[in-house]
Ligand binder design. Structure first.
Ligand code: G5P
Ligand code: MG
Length: 226
């Protein structure tokens, strides 16, 4: 892994529901030490705590629709600003061009990693997903099963299947992605910030993402590798 610390990295990982954003983000965090901000995890945290914002968001997430832009932009920008001067990786935000424009005005990003995984592969793998809601850790009964079925490896707490992982909601989420999030790819392509990684398996995509990040950025966590 490369050595020097130079700049703060502001990155986005974008891809369809179930494309592996969370899985690859956890590997990026481990190897490159960036702060991971997942908009979906934040919303699920609010839902779990039954806050007003969470209960409001659940009306949209349960249907596979997007939560309104103004709510999401406020939530994410507040979180970014609370982090201070550190490198971060946004997962699940922005998801509309309006969100991307607002983010750019406030926090221009350095790079956008796009995961392109075929929809039929996604539909199959989401069936086997189990999530630890408080942390956002994800498992898959085939790909990365927990040590004990139904139990989080780290905390020993129960795993759940997400309410929006029902097959009909997954189909709706994929449609929403096509309609509202694909234009975001064009937005970043036009800004020459987009790098696409295509494949069926995380273990095939991840080495390419790692190689890309290693050459593109010198990370805050590189101090760990000295
Ligand atoms: P989220 O939480 O952002 P999605 O729909 O974008 O949700 P999701 O479902 O979290 O994305 P992911 O993170 O891309 O998927 O994928 P993952 O969890 O890493 O992997 C999926 C499964 O596949 C896991 O079980 C994993 O173990 C397994 N897996 C990974 N790789 C492989 C492999 O190679 N092989 C196999 N067999 N399995 C593998 O958003 C949720 C909702 O919140 C709202 C929306 O309503 C959204 O629908 N929301 C927003 N609304 C408006 N604006 C925003 N910015 C919003 N952000 C969230
Ligand atoms: Mg995710």
């Amino acid at each position: 892994m490369p050595g020097n610390i130079s700049k703060i990295v502001k990155a986005i990982i974008i891809g369809a529901p179930g494309s592996g954003k969370g899985t690859i983000s956890s590997r990026i965090v481990k190897d490159f030490g960036m702060k991971h901000l997942s908009s979906g995890d934040m919303l699920r945290g609010q839902i779990l705590q039954k806050t007003e914002a969470g209960l409001n968001a659940k009306k949209y997430t349960d249907k596979g629709d997007l939560v309104p832009d103004e709510i999401m932009v406020k939530l994410i920008l507040n979180e970014i600003h609370s982090l201070g001067n550190v490198s971060w990786l946004l997962d699940g935000f922005p998801r509309t061009v309006a969100q991307a424009i607002d983010l750019h005005k406030s926090e221009p990003v350095n790079m956008v990693i796009s995961l392109n995984v075929p929809f039929e592969v996604i539909i199959d793998r989401i069936k086997g997903r189990w999530t630890h809601l408080p942390s956002g850790r994800v498992y898959n009964t085939e790909f990365n099963p927990p040590k004990t079925p139904g139990i989080d490896d780290v905390t020993g707490e129960p795993l759940v299947q997400r309410d929006d992982d029902k097959p009909e909601t997954v189909r709706q989420r994929l449609e929403t992605y096509n309609r509202q999030t694909k234009p975001v790819l064009e937005y970043y392509k036009n800004m020459h910030l987009l790098t696409e990684f295509k494949g069926k398996y995380t273990n095939e995509i991840w080495p390419r993402v790692r190689e890309f990040l290693s050459t593109q950025m010198i990370t805050v966590s590189s101090i760990d590798y000295k």
